[in-house]
Design a protein around this ligand. Sequence first.
Ligand code: ATP
Length: 285
Amino acid sequence: MPNPEARRRNAPDAGDAVPAVAAAPAGSVPLEAGLRHPDGAAVRIRGLAKSFGGPLVLSQIDLDIAPGEFLAIVGKSGCGKSTLLRILTGLDTPQSGEVTVDGRTPADNAADIRLMFQEPRLLPWASVAGNVAVGLRQDAHPGNAADRAVAEALKAVQLPEKAGVWPATLSGGQKQRVALARALVSRPRLLALDEPLGALDALTRLVMQALILRVKQETGFTAVLVTHDVAEAVALADRVIVLEAGRIAAEFRVDVPHPRPTASEEAARIEARILEAIFHGRTAA
Ligand SMILES: Nc1ncnc2c1ncn2[C@@H]1O[C@H](COP(=O)(O)OP(=O)(O)OP(=O)(O)O)[C@@H](O)[C@H]1O
């Protein structure tokens, strides 16, 4: 089994230059009121099953996600994490069962849901601001309101000075910030994050984790994160579920107050239990 302590030793800890996750990055300012949303979406899943024509890749999924909750989904490769997230966001449909976001199907609620991927998926021919504007509901932002919303979103991800540049001139971490701004600009009630930091180096990951948590705490959306990184799940989420062959095999609450130092003993203990559940199916303390 991977040793979480060994992995932790390779990462910068709270004593290094990188802050504890959830500490606001240096120089940050409170988010503009325009980006805040009064409440996150409530998600309800009952009896969800999914196949792509062969065996079931998801089955017997019952899950409630509370408004404003930060849920992480972990599990071995191929266990169905991304499929579950795609169904939650309306990009795929259940074979059977019920999935609702605030009482409506995800497809019917598309305006309130945004998804962020591992790749930033920026348009190379549009400026950074143009890429963020892609996330806007144009009808909801007449005239200057759209420009203001884009500027606020870029400020929230600490890239206001990059509004006019091309994506090709940005680092990988900066591109993901733009992708986050594009997701935030429409004030989603549900933000789904599919391994959004998977391609970033360890240091940039920690900085981005802090940023995601900060905007999450300040805007109030419900967040669902798929990640291979159990330490990341424990650093960010209120609750972590373990998927095993398409079913929920275990569930863990992370009752550790933010900011959560990367070297926290309690976080390490929860991380070890989650790894046990993933690799050995054990859920006991
Ligand atoms: N469009 C598709 N058509 C056929 N099979 C698919 C499709 N999408 C996913 N699958 C299959 O469904 C299963 C679950 O895939 P999924 O991508 O949800 O797993 P995952 O846990 O996200 O994997 P990973 O951690 O490797 O990204 C896999 O066996 C995969 O091959």
